[in-house]
Design a protein around this ligand. Sequence first.
Ligand code: SF4
Length: 423
Amino acid sequence: MDITTGLQLLEALRRADQADANLSAASRAAHRASLAATDALTDIANCEQRLDAAHDGEQGAGADLLECARQKYIDAGRRRRSAKSKARRAYTAARTANREFGARYAPHAPGRGTGGKRRPAVAASVLQELAAMPLELITAADALLVHSSGGKDSLVMLDQVATWAHQVGCTDKIVVVHCDLGDTSEWPGVRDLAERQAARYGLRFIAIDSEDGLLGLVEKRGRFPDAARRLCTSSLKRDKANVLLTSIVTALGLDRQAVVINCLGIRSSESPARARKLPLAIDTRTSNRNRLVITWHPVLEWSETDVWERIATEGLEYHPAYDALMPRLSCVFCVLAGYTVLVRAVRLCWALGLPLPEKYTELEARIGHRFKDQYSLADVVVEAAKVEADEGPLKWRCGDAIRAHLGEDAAADYALRYFALAT
Ligand code: SF4
């Protein structure tokens, strides 16, 4: 399958899925409207019975209730008619979208059905095929947004995508996007580092500012986010990046649907949720008639060692927090981090003279909500003080991250390569 056909199939799939979702929503609304009309009819019958049994003095109030129930029935009937007509239109649209998809897919799998049940399997196979042709994908895209946290996984993903884009002469399509949560959320120097990482390949870099970062969000909501309600990622990162995506598509000024690829540096070994991801996925939430948005995870199958090997062999600049053996360059106190990582983060704040442990524990006390269900950040600070008393202040050397993952020789090679590239 060539890339153009693949992308057309993805769009046809997206439309069919969207049309089916619209049909389900319209059918549910029609069902709810029917139930409301039935309830209103029962109310009328009850009111009529009560009115028949009412004494003279109570008849006025009974008649008012009956009138009210009849009005409700009329309103419910109107809603039911409107909902049923919407459901009919949604049914026709879904049938058309499914036929269009079937017609597009049939030449590629003669004799195999493409009904709703088979569609996820078809989507997975098309996406898998496209993921195996990165150069064609980059060439066919109108824009690529490379989301960079400045962390190690974003760094190697950026290196990989920039290398491919360079091979096909498409680096001008790439925009490196960094969501800057500010110095009350992140380690010092992250934004500048992300900018330097993009500059290495001559790529356009856009930083999206967040007014008050994680701390501000928690202050506003009166509670910390958690794994089930990760509002921090959606409101501080994803929603803002989507606004940027819209402006990029508008600036393209195309008279056809734009193909935009969102590149993310996640890896399947990071969590069970990430292990379920595919290398490519249609971003149904962000796609519409004007843009087909595809999410791409180019380093999904990479191990942590693969990541450090790429950093070492290419002499890529990483954040010094990794040398202090922080496993991720997330927010200083990430709501998804484990206890020992948080303890280390507190100790690293102390080593760097950052006032964040106090700020966060004061916030916890003020809003009366703990950083995590199981423990507070104040508990973490107490534990960090104990570890510090036993082990002394946190110390690290430049290159410790490479040393820990790849050994002393690799750290020495990295230092030579990095400084050679930097000068
Ligand atoms: S790094 Fe952690 S705390 Fe920060 S936005 Fe992401 S999930 Fe939320």
